[in-house]
Write a protein that binds this ligand. Structure first.
Ligand code: PGA
Length: 252
């Protein structure tokens, strides 16, 4: 089944208003040049920049997303943001369960699943992140960990239209170390097989790779079977670099 690739930029905790607006405009201009055969482009700014970046992206073919959401719809949750609040600002995606959230905020797969379900209920698509640590890989537990996180984190009601899986080996995030094509192929094939039992139209679910993706390695990674796009951190903060990754994902 043909799946349109998704190139998603996770800006993390970076940028002031002027930086975010400038980067968004740069990405929008470059996206216009890619045209219809290009991948879907998404940027996920920090919460403080969602509104101004949304303004800067008006009319552009670049989607807007949040980096996290709360599982509840509203209430006494100081500092948190509900999925519907993201939708209200024009977001169509939200990342949930990023390894930095799992580590820094103790998010379990059950929490991640609840957040993903809240995202779906608010009409957002959830990008559900999973990935093994270096100790887990070295201990030969990668596939077991991935199966476990997938089983625990995929939301009820997941479909190809509302759920994206991002495989991000923790040891490859922000380290300059990418997984090899063979490592990525093995895990993505496992995810595809596991999704078959959980999602009705599993064949259409996009599975992204993330972890030190940059222009120089994008073509190789995006060429691996079952890699339907990339979740890009550091390299998404530079418009030229990010959109060179997107160009590598353009259908030929
Ligand atoms: P990186 O981050 O591209 O800087 O490794 C990826 C991510 O954490 O989504």
């Amino acid at each position: 089944m043909a799946r349109r690739k998704l190139i998603a930029g996770n800006w993390k905790m970076n940028g002031r208003r002027a930086d975010g607006i400038a980067l968004a405009r740069d990405v929008a201009q470059r996206a216009a040049l890619l045209g219809k055969s290009g991948p879907e482009i998404l940027v996920c700014p920090p919460a403080t920049l969602i509104a101004p970046v949304g303004e800067a992206l008006k009319g552009a073919s670049v989607a807007l997303g949040g980096q996290d959401c709360h599982a509840e719809t509203s209430g006494a949750h100081t500092g948190d943001i509900a999925a519907a609040m993201l939708a209200d600002l024009g977001c169509t995606y939200v990342i949930v369960g990023h390894s930095e959230r799992r580590t820094d905020h103790g998010e379990t797969s059950a929490v991640v699943r609840a957040k993903a379900e809240a995202a779906l209920a608010a009409g957002l698509s959830a990008i559900v992140c999973i990935g093994e640590t270096l100790a887990e890989r070295d201990g030969g537990r990668t596939l077991a960990v991935i199966k476990d996180q997938l089983a625990g984190s995929v939301p009820a009601g997941a479909t190809a239209a509302n759920t994206v899986i991002a495989y991000e080996p923790v040891w490859a995030i922000g380290t300059g170390r990418t997984a090899t094509a063979a490592q990525v192929a093995e895990v993505h094939a496992l995810i595809r097989r596991e999704l078959a039992g959980r999602v009705r139209d599993a064949d259409g679910v996009r599975i992204l790779y993330g972890g030190s993706v940059k222009a120089a390695n994008a073509a190789e990674l995006l060429g691996v079977a079952d890699v339907d796009g990339a979740l890009v951190g550091g390299a998404s903060l530079k418009g030229d670099e990010f959109m060179a990754i997107a160009a590598a994902g353009t259908a030929s």
